[in-house]
Design a binder for this molecule. Structure first.
Ligand SMILES: Cc1cc2nc3c(=O)[nH]c(=O)nc-3n(C[C@H](O)[C@H](O)[C@H](O)COP(=O)(O)OP(=O)(O)OC[C@H]3O[C@@H](n4cnc5c(N)ncnc54)[C@H](O)[C@@H]3O)c2cc1C
Length: 326
């Protein structure tokens, strides 16, 4: 018996959310009475990188070392994860509730005749069956889902937990697979990679702008604050929809889910769909000229004021603070 975790990588290197899923699988294994924590990794990844997974709780890695996996393909990935689950006699399969995890979780669950919890936000409880907590209605309520099937699939919301590093070691084995070209029938024709920034999913500091900033020409004041703090930029959905900012900056129910140490929301009303992606941030600061803006209810600190006056002053204060502490 084991817990299998599908570990995503970006061009051969693992990111924070990958380690989080491995931590989660290890804790799940502990809760269901032990067993191996098997990480399945697909595509070209060095042994040094794979060996790191031991430090996050994996006991074994099954590596599908096939360059055809270097480009994500839901059908081939799902088949490989199912094969890994069978090869390791997995009773629980963990994936991240991100783009690739969402794409494969349902297929893997169907192939294994397993119950699935999509968007889990806690470890399974085994006090009364196998019960997993998830959010529903964009984070307005929780559901506790009991899975009765022998095999269970859990898709964990990224950034739900912090990451803990230990000193464990893994053995690396080849994943036995026999996939034909038909399994890789869908081909990626282009890819745009954003360079030079800490990706939102990894960022500890995030400065985010909404429609209150009036237009893309005003983003300079937000960028100045981001630069002063060393923060990554984010935005609300209408801002991305209006092409004021690129879509990868959009956070919320239909965008990214983030859990930075500090989230500064500027000119964002705090609609429930926006909060769904940011309300796990450790500290939330809201700058809004409307004292009735719903975001203030979720804020740790709030500034009622005009962003065009507050932001330059805040940036100046940060820069002064930095200068006096150098
Ligand atoms: C199915 C569905 C999914 C959705 N998914 C998402 C999602 O993932 N992410 C998301 O963000 N939204 C999402 N939305 C949209 C969401 O409901 C809101 O419409 C959106 O978040 C509002 O964006 P906003 O706060 O930038 O704009 P607005 O609601 O227009 O708010 C602008 C805010 O700026 C303030 N303001 C104005 N001028 C200033 C100023 N000078 N200084 C300071 N403050 C000022 C205003 O008081 C106001 O609170 C979704 C909606 C639906 C129906």
């Amino acid at each position: 018996m084991s817990v299998l975790v599908f570990v995503d990588h970006t061009q051969g290197s693992f990111k924070k959310k990958a380690f989080e899923t491995v931590n989660y699988a290890a804790e799940t294994a502990r809760r269901i009475g032990g067993g191996d924590v098997v990480a399945v990794v697909l595509g070209t990844v060095s042994n040094d990188e794979l060996n790191q997974l031991g430090q996050y709780g994996a006991t074994k890695v099954l590596h599908g070392n096939d360059a055809r996996f270097d480009s994500f393909n839901a059908r081939a990935y799902a088949k490989a994860i199912t094969a890994a689950a069978q090869q390791s006699d997995a009773k629980v399969i963990v994936v991240s509730y991100n783009v690739s995890g969402k794409a494969v979780a349902g297929i893997v669950a169907a192939q294994l005749k397993a119950g699935l919890v999509s968007g889990a936000i806690d470890y399974p409880s085994t006090d009364n069956g196998f019960v997993v907590k998830k959010t529903v209605f964009s984070g307005k309520a929780f559901a506790f889902v009991k899975i009765n099937s022998d095999i269970k699939v859990i898709a964990l919301v990224p950034n739900t937990f912090g990451v803990t590093k230990g000193d464990g070691a893994v053995s690396v084995e080849a994943l036995n697979l026999n996939l034909g070209d038909a399994d890789f029938g869908i081909k990626k024709v282009s890819e745009e990679v954003v360079k030079g920034e800490i990706p939102l999913s990894e960022a500890e500091l995030v400065v985010s702008g909404g429609r209150g900033l009036k237009g893309p020409e005003n983003w300079g004041i937000l960028e100045d604050l981001g630069k002063a703090l060393g923060a990554t930029l984010a935005c609300s959905r209408p801002v991305a929809d209006a092409h004021w900012r690129p879509h990868h900056e959009h956070v919320g129910q239909t965008g990214g889910t983030i859990r930075p140490n500090l989230y500064i929301a500027v000119g964002i009303s705090g609609a429930i769909q926006h909060l769904a992606g940011v309300n796990s941030s450790k500290t939330i600061v809201v700058i809004n000229k409307d004292p009735e803006a719903p975001f203030f209810k979720a804020a740790d600190y709030g500034v009622v004021g005009d962003a065009f006056e507050v932001l330059p002053k805040l940036t100046e204060a940060v820069n002064k603070f930095k200068a006096s502490h150098n």
